[in-house]
Design a protein around this ligand. Structure first.
Ligand code: GSH
Length: 240
């Protein structure tokens, strides 16, 4: 292998670029990053990839133009890309391939923009099925290979393939469960954390960041005694 050049789009939007980038970074594999800006027709991408898509990995005269192929290519010199055990490796490869070819509802309805949080007003059945499938895959991995990563004790390509999901969903329960599995720290509402065995509060020595809660009701209803009582009750319960 000569010096690896990873050509990516803006990783804020390009989940396929983010995957090999996270993988190489997490495994400390040396590479240089070359970012190309998206344009209306991306015709300039033809100069480095036959598909005019990002990412692409350049190794000397060799071009590898697909995220999953990049993982496999890098694996040839860096076995840590996939889990060491055959069982975990076949699971990890299957799950990464499933992400590579599936999850169309998640992909189209929860498009990636790392810097933006959007409240969804509707969760169609196809999206619920995709999310449930991710839950199954992660649970299977944690249960069978011991965590804290999807296929065992080290970060591998399957984690890189599911990394953008973390930016597509900010579900607090998922974060709480990941935290319980040992994946790291999570900023959780005390009420949610208190319901999950095995989580421990961390004393940061300072007050956690505040979170504003809003109670919406129609202006005309503001004088209703029962509504005011409810607002007061909710405020009291949440402030204790
Ligand atoms: N199967 C490819 C997908 C690559 C892909 O769709 N890349 C998007 C960015 S996330 C792209 O280059 N889009 C530019 C375009 O469609 O013109 C892979 O896994 O690398």
């Amino acid at each position: 292998m000569s010096e690896l050049k990873l050509i990516v789009g803006n990783k804020n939007y390009s989940s396929w670029s983010l995957r090999p980038w996270v993988l190489l970074k997490a495994l400390d594999i040396p590479f240089t990053e070359h970012q190309h800006y998206f344009t209306p027709d991306n015709s300039a991408f033809k100069s480095f990839s036959p598909t005019a898509l990002v990412p692409a990995l350049i190794d000397g005269k060799q071009t590898i133009w697909d995220s999953l192929a990049i993982a496999e290519y890098v694996y040839e010199d860096h076995p840590a890309v996939w889990p060491a055990s055959r069982e975990a490796r076949s699971f990890a490869r299957s799950a990464a391939a499933e992400m590579h070819s599936g999850f169309s509802a998640l992909r189209s309805l929860c498009s990636m923009n790392v810097g933006v949080r959007v409240k969804m007003f509707d969760t169609p059945p196809a999206l619920i099925r995709d999310l449930a499938r991710i839950d199954d895959i992660w649970r299977y991995g944690f249960t069978n290979f011991g965590g804290p990563y999807i296929a065992g004790s080290t970060f591998t390509a399957v984690d890189a393939f599911y990394a953008p999901v973390v930016f597509r969903s900010n579900n607090r329960e998922a974060q709480a469960h990941m935290c319980r599995m040992g994946a790291g720290l999570a900023v959780l509402p005390c009420r949610l954390a208190a319901q999950i065995d095995g989580l421990e509060p961390v004393d940061l020595g300072e007050v956690p960041p505040p979170r504003n809660l809003y109670f919406g009701y129609h202006r005309d209803l503001g004088k209703l005694a029962r509504l005011r009582a409810l607002v007061q009750l909710v405020a009291e319960r949440l402030s204790d």
